[in-house]
Structures are given as C-alpha cells and as structure tokens.
Design a protein around this ligand. Structure first.
Ligand code: GAL
Length: 334
C-alpha cells in the first residue's frame, strides 16, 4: 500500500500541471506616444513576450505628460506589481520615481533616460535603453563610407561635406548623442563637415518632410548629405527630396537614419536611404519585460536571468548595429 501511495505521489509530481505555477502578476506599461513608429514596435514586443502569468496594462500617453501622470496614478491605485515607463518628458521621471517609491512599486524606465540624480533616489528604479553614441558614430561612418566610394558626392569639389541634420528632439539623450557623434565620426574618418542647417523634427516623418523641403529651397544643390536622428524623419526627408527631383535621372543624395524600421528597410532596398542603425525594439522590449517581471516577483536580479547584463545596478544597454542592404546578400547581420 505504502509503495502504491509513493508511486501515485511521484506520478502527481511528474504530471505537467503539477509544475509550480508562477504567481500571477500585473505590469503597467506606459508609452509616451504610440503614434511613434519605434515605440509602437517596442510596445508590440513587450506584449508578445508576456506569458499567461502576466497581465499587462498598456497605456498611450499621447505625448502629454499630464495624461501620463494620470496613468501613473491609475497604475499605483490598482496597484500593479511593477511599471514600465517611457516618459513623455524625461525630467518628469522625478515625480514618477517619487510616486513609485511611496507605493513601493518597482519602475523600469525605457527609451527616455531619467536624470542620474533622479534615478539614484530610488533603489527600485531601472533604465533600459540603447547606445546612442554608438548609433551616432555608425551614422557618421555610413556617410564617410559613401563619400569614399562616391567621390562625386563632393558636388562642389571643396574636399568638405556640406550636410544638413534633422534632430530628434532637444534634450532627448538619443538625439543629443546621435547628433554629436555622427558629426564626430565624419571628422574621425578624415572628412571635414560643414553644417548648413540643423532642425528639430520631433522624430516625425511629416516634420522631416517639411524641414527638408525648407532646407532644399534655401540651400538646394549645396546640400551634400542628410543626417537624420531616426528613420521616420529620414523617410520624410526622402519624400521632400523626391518631390524636388532627386532619386531619378541620376540625381542622388546620401540620407542616413536610425532605428531600422520596416519602412526604412524598404527604402534601403530602393536605394533612397543609404544606411540606418538598428535600434533593437526586440532586445529592448525583451530586456525591459524580463527586468519588470523579476522585480514584480521580488526575485533577485542576476545577470544569468537577463538577456543583457545589468550595469551599475540599474542600467541595461542594448547595442545597435549598422544596417545596409546589399542586393546579393540582403540585410547582413540582422
Ligand atoms: C528614439 C528612436 C526614435 C523615437 C524616440 C522616442 O530612440 O530612435 O525613433 O522613437 O526614441 O523617444
């Protein structure tokens, strides 16, 4: 009889349903603006990585910090077990950190990095983002390679690169660093950059198009390269260039972006965008959800449980990568 009970117990333990069930958790996901192509893809990635033990409450801040603050309050009132926040304004992270700390809710910021001094106020505040300095450098290298391979790109033959720059958004760490380091990489490659104009396009395709149209009417053929902090603005700039007669009849213009979105990959295939840099939505989405999940369960944050290592106890940096299209090979390395 004892043996029979032992066998039954063993069978019960081995049955699939007998595996320890993970405690159900709820995670709030606040996105600054789901009309933003790249952020929409991160939100989709977070959703696709969630398992049955998690309930995700995803909200769109519609680019308004006031709206997002109400969403933070809603999440804290529930309460959720952890929050993933893509702040509308990175300096407003301070208020979000204070509210989370008071309610003892861990918070993982994504994409818009809070100020270091604000992060340090709360030991359960984390950040997952990309490496904008590296992304900027790759943008500069792409333009430099193009100039080396196409000497006629130096239209006026002055040995310098007259460029225009479409910036993401002032104060956004990705915009600032991509801007600084793309120009620095041109210099490092031995090209002498001359900035004709720079303007903030708010990461948007429509604004990219308007700004580029204005640059073209002011500088016309003096423009030798177009550096954009993201693909949406680059695609807008390409529309303006097409309307001005570029990309037909042998008139070309090197345009670079960042993100490697699906429409940008199409433009690479068509040869209107010369290159972009991966902003890894899959990696950043997975890393932020992994972290939030461990925090929500009160588990220890060990690197073996994470896809990318935790640095300085609170940061995860997901690297970028050059993305170009080669007719024979497709998209290498992606
Ligand atoms: C950047 C991305 C942009 C935009 C922005 C939003 O990292 O390259 O396309 O999504 O984040 O904060």
């Amino acid at each position: 009889m004892k043996r029979l009970i032992a066998i039954l117990l063993l069978l019960l333990l081995l049955a699939p349903g007998a595996m320890a069930q993970e405690k159900p958790i709820t995670i709030g996901v606040l996105i600054y603006n789901t009309a933003d192509t790249f952020m929409l893809s991160i939100a989709q990635e977070i959703r696709s990585q969630a398992d049955e033990s998690m309930t995700l409450l995803v909200r769109n801040g519609a680019n308004s910090q006031d709206v997002q603050m109400r969403q933070v309050e809603e999440m804290i009132a529930k309460p959720v077990d952890a929050l993933i926040v893509n702040p509308v304004d990175r300096t407003a992270a301070l208020f979000i950190i204070r509210l989370c700390q008071k309610a003892d809710i861990p918070v993982v910021f994504i994409n818009r990095e809070p100020l270091r001094e604000d992060m340090e106020l709360y030991d359960k505040a984390y950040y997952v983002g990309t490496q904008p300095r590296q992304q900027g450098q790759i943008c500069g290298e792409l333009v430099a390679e193009y100039f080396k391979n196409h000497p006629s790109a130096d239209k006026n033959g002055d040995g310098r690169v007259q460029y225009v720059l479409l910036k993401g958004e002032p104060g956004h760490q990705d915009a600032e660093e991509r801007t600084t380091y793309s120009v620095a990489a041109l210099e490092d490659a031995g090209l002498k950059p001359d900035k004709l104009a720079e303007e903030d396009g708010g990461w948007e395709k429509g604004r990219g198009q308007q700004i580029m149209a204005a640059f073209l009417s002011e500088y016309g053929d003096r423009i030798e390269a177009v550096i954009c902090n993201n693909d949406d603005m680059a695609l807008g700039a390409i529309d303006a260039l097409k309307a001005a007669g570029y990309f037909s009849g042998g008139r070309v213009m090197p345009v670079v972006g960042v993100d490697a979105t699906a429409p940008a990959r199409e433009a690479l295939k068509q040869g209107t965008l010369i290159g972009t840099v991966l902003n890894d939505a899959v990696g950043q989405g997975a890393a932020s959800l992994q972290l939030a999940r461990l925090l929500a369960r009160g588990e220890e944050i060990v690197n073996s449980a994470l896809r990318y290592p935790l640095q300085e106890n609170r940061f995860i940096w997901v690297p970028g990568q050059k993305v170009v299209y080669e007719a024979q090979k497709g998209f290498p390395g992606v």
